[in-house]
Design a protein around this ligand. Sequence first.
Ligand code: HEC
Ligand code: HEC
Length: 362
Amino acid sequence: MTTRRFTYLFLIAIASLLWTCKHEAPEGPTATPYNLVIPPFFPPMDIPADNPLTVEGIQLGRYLFWEKKLSGNDAMSCGTCHLPEHGFSDPNQFSTGINGDVGTRQAMPLVNMGWSTSFFWDGREPTLEAQIADPIVNPIEMDENWDRAIEQIDSDPKYDALFYKAYGSTEVTQEKISKAIASFLRTMISANSKFDKQRIGQYQFTPEEQHGFDLFLTEGGSPDEVPGGSFGADCFHCHGFGSMQMTDYLFHNNGLDATFSDLGRGGVTGSIYDNGKFKTPTLRNVELTGPYMHDGRFTTLEQVIEHYNSGGIPSATIDPFMKFTVGGLQLSAESKSDLIAFLKCLTDTSFLQNPAFSDPHE
Ligand code: HEC
Ligand code: HEC
């Protein structure tokens, strides 16, 4: 190869390199990758490849989670219905939207969302990114339209730097808003309850808590009526802790009603076999997340335990794990209170009071 031809090829190589840089490099600074620490016994978290966690993206998400400008009257943020002191849930049976309209479902607690495989009581949204659009445009919730929301955020000077640092440009888009809030939600990890500490040998259950835990993990019903029945509380079939989340992420009918005014999962799949089934909620922070069930019908954990103890109300889709406990769980008063003592071990105050999740606008 002659020297001249070599120089020529060399120049082409440099030119194409420059061309790629110009077209592929981000406009602004590159955001810092966030080092997500997966707690002991937790499975890995599935993070979408097109929304990697970054320190700056999470920070932006935190501002947006608490941003009232994302609602039609600038008076409601995500945090209005998902309050930290209530396990990021709403203490009201139904949440009231900006127009005073009241919904028909209880706000769900936000905790360890990064491990959830579907969202809402009926699981209608498959990803956190997709879920976020729902409350913002929902007429009985934040009742905002995206164009106005984007305009509002765009005209707030504080967001210039936040968007620039997270995404290398000050441009505000629906996609960036959704991605940033989703990233923030993925960092809301609770893994410091007594239950977690017990798992790693840093806490010993009291005898009552231990008994409650044992009941939680034991088959329900009398051995005469139920195969394997051992007079346990039988919670683990659906609120198991394989994923450490006290939910199997599936949909069940836990025997609340004989007929269904809210079809739940059936309303999404259109299958009659799914009517009356709802996503098993996590029991993390359950002490604080009442009222309970999709329609918030129970105000106390005692009422919840009474429901399961009674065996629930039969219907076409009632779960076999409810149906087989003929005559209910038949728990003694002591067993019921021990079960509640165990459920309270799932409260994680360091998570609820973590300053990283609090309102940054204050
Ligand atoms: C007006 C009250 C209200 C506001 C505001 C609100 N939510 Fe919710 N949230 C709810 C209710 C009610 C549900 C359950 C709705 C359903 O199942 O149909 C829910 C469910 C969720 C879930 C599903 C949790 C799970 O385990 O499946 C997530 C995630 C969530 N909200 C995040 C947000 C985010 C992010 C915002 C802000 C963009 C927000 N919410 C604003 C009331 C609200
Ligand atoms: C057949 C599966 C199944 C079994 C067994 C089961 N649950 Fe549930 N649990 C669910 C489902 C599904 C819901 C939501 C139902 C709804 O709202 O319609 C739920 C809701 C709850 C709630 C309300 C949580 C909230 O945020 O509203 C609590 C508390 C609860 N269960 C505790 C228990 C306890 C304690 C046991 C054992 C005594 C138990 N569950 C057994 C499936 C089950």
